[in-house]
Write a protein that binds this ligand. Structure first.
Ligand SMILES: [Zn+2]
Length: 608
């Protein structure tokens, strides 16, 4: 992800800037300038020119290996024909130079002799390339005839030892009628933006196109909302955003910025690659509907505090070249999800039944994953980088730090409310960490930093809790924790028909076997993943055979013709059963006074 821009971190940068010039003088005008042409929208090619003032001998340029997702995605592979020239204004000359590959994402500009480089303030290296992107969603970049969305770290190279220098990006060749929006300050020319560093630049995406926009003010901050949608209800979106921002701003004691921008892509097309991506002063969200966009906004907006400002030390400074691991994603992401659910119920967008159902669903999700018995939520955080592999995400292999992190957040909340007679809560822990770390320009030290904040607020040791549920894999006694708020967990099991595989195929097309369960009657009868299957009588629901299969009941005999490696055979088996576990949370009819106060506190965000 992208780096912090808290005021105190800026102070740190000033400190570095004050030290650096002593050993490496640089001209006052040093601004690394980028020019991005959108002339080739139809081919999805951003044409990029990067101008590096006063390049020293040995200057390197690099393309980030990751950004926006905790996944190494090697953006280098998208680059077309990188080139470099050195220009020397004094002599009016421009000389092509080689870009020598150093590793998969770094090049050295050479030859940069002393005559051409460094010694002369007016020399410039200009690196140019095209980079192709047409991927939807907030974690990607996209250029097509409809719009452009840019995460700068996905299209712009950087100079590894000059990331802290000023930058400016100028766009050109916008199609007629397009406008630009970014949270970055305007640059010197038209259609340009500037940032104090590469890290600040890449923490603010840009939307270009014919989007609609509106604005509102809330608790001293100005909010801008850009919407690119097929169909949307402005009144509903605005009302929802006002409620969410009001609650979270009040919770955290006001805005840490003057202005914040929401970028929305809403519509059926936005469901692919949907979700939200947080930045220090903005967020980009893709969702199928206004309702789901608002629910995602409740999570992303809280990131403006939790992770962008209240930030684990292991994520700083950003290393664009390789995986950057932290044990604390359960807090950065999971507790942010807990606050999304709190924001929705406490602002009235959800009723309490919706909140209980969401919490029960999270419990069901964790309990359905056998990996909960051996992968802790800290290990799940460290292994986030494996999520790009589908097999890693199976229930046998991993748990989700979003899912268990959300549950651990609610358990901590209930436990602290109980320990303090509902005088303190998770809200106090968040505010404590905001003051102790973010406002002081510090980063917290993984789970240990969180544990200390909890102990300070609860005024009792929490080592055992963290040992059991954060670094450990103890079974969670949900009943005990929920009971503190006068709530009960109910479990209902039902038997559901289970084919033992997923029949993959659209109506009228071949149906293939996928996700075959080892040990299922279908597998024992001889079915393989990838088999093409037909009804053995050649007629039963040929038009939508996959749907017909899915509608079978427990004990039904299914007879199939199977085609594999050019051979056909017949297989039959009886449809088996699967036990579905459905959790629900209900209120105890006669809670004690403390249970009732904790329950009210949880639902309304109050303490006594
Ligand atoms: Zn998140």
């Amino acid at each position: 992800m992208t780096p912090l821009r808290a005021p105190k971190q800026r102070a740190l940068l000033f400190l570095l800037a004050a030290v650096v010039p002593l050993c490496a003088p640089r001209p006052a005008s040093a601004t690394i300038k980028y020019r991005v042409s959108l002339a080739h929208a139809g081919e999805h090619l951003f044409q990029v020119e990067m101008e590096i003032p006063s390049p020293a001998p040995g200057t390197q340029v690099a393309m980030p290996a990751w950004n926006a997702l905790y996944q190494v995605r090697d953006f280098t592979y998208r680059i077309r024909s990188p080139k470099a020239v050195i220009s020397d204004a004094a002599n009016g000359g421009e000389q092509p130079v080689e870009l020598r590959p150093i590793d998969k994402q770094t090049w050295e500009i050479e030859p940069l002799s002393a005559q051409l480089a460094g010694a002369k303030d007016d020399s410039r290296a200009v690196v140019s390339y095209a980079i192709q992107w047409n991927d939807p969603g907030p974690f990607n970049s996209q250029l097509n005839d409809h719009h452009a969305f840019v995460n700068f770290a996905e299209i712009l190279m950087y100079v590894p030892n000059r990331r802290s220098e000023d930058t400016e990006v100028a766009f050109s060749d916008l199609p007629p009628g397009w406008k630009l929006l970014s949270e970055l300050p305007a640059g010197h020319g038209a259609e340009s933006f500037q940032a104090e560093s590469y890290d600040a630049l890449v923490d603010a995406p840009v939307e270009a196109g014919k989007f609609l926009s509106f604005a509102f003010d809330n608790q001293g901050a100005h909010f801008r909302v850009a919407v690119d949608a097929t169909e949307w209800d402005k009144g509903l979106l605005e009302a929802d955003l006002k409620r969410i921002t009001s609650y979270e701003l009040s919770l955290m004691g006001g805005p840490p910025y003057k202005e914040y921008t929401f970028f929305f892509h809403i519509g059926p097309y936005a469901d692919v690659g949907g979700g939200g991506m947080e930045h220090a002063n903005c967020t980009a969200i893709s969702a199928a509907s206004v309702e789901s966009a608002a629910a995602i906004a409740a999570h992303e907006f809280f990131h403006a505090w939790n992770v962008k400002r209240i930030r684990p030390r292991a994520l700083e400074p950003v290393d664009y070249t390789q995986e950057q691991k932290t044990r604390a994603l359960w807090f950065a992401e999971g507790v942010t999800s807990a606050y999304a659910s709190y924001a929705l119920v406490r602002s009235g967008l959800w009723n309490k039944g919706h909140f209980y159902d969401d919490l029960a669903m999270q419990i069901g999700e964790l309990e359905a994953r056998p990996a909960r018995q051996w992968q802790s939520v800290e290990e799940s955080s460290l292994d986030a980088w494996l999520e790009k592999y589908d097999d890693y995400n199976t229930p046998d292999r991993s748990i989700s730090y979003y899912n268990k992190g959300q549950l651990v957040g609610v358990l901590l909340d209930l436990s602290v409310r109980d320990a303090t007679g509902n005088r303190k809560s998770l809200d106090d822990i968040m505010r404590q960490m905001y003051t102790e770390y973010a406002k002081a320009g510090k980063f917290y030290d993984e789970s240990g930093g969180i544990e200390r904040a909890v102990e300070e607020i609860a005024d009792k040791p929490y080592g055992d809790f963290f040992h059991r549920f954060v670094s450990g894999t103890d079974a969670i006694p949900y009943g005990e924790f929920l009971g503190l708020a006068g709530l009960q967990l109910k479990l209902q099991t039902t038997n559901t028909a289970d084919l033992g595989f997923w029949p993959q195929g659209e109506p009228g097309k071949d149906v293939t076997v996928s996700s075959l369960e080892p040990g299922s009657p279908a597998e024992i009868a001889g079915l393989h993943d990838g088999d093409v299957i037909f009804p053995s009588d050649n007629k039963s629901s040929r038009q939508d055979f996959a749907a017909w299969l899915r509608a079978r009941s427990i004990g039904d005999r299914v007879a199939l013709r199977v085609r594999r490696d050019g051979q056909e055979s017949e297989i039959s088996f009886l449809v088996g059963a699967r036990q579905d576990r459905q959790y629900s949370i209900v209120e105890m009819p006669q809670p004690s006074d403390q249970q009732r106060r904790i329950r009210d506190g949880l639902l309304h965000g109050t303490t006594d």
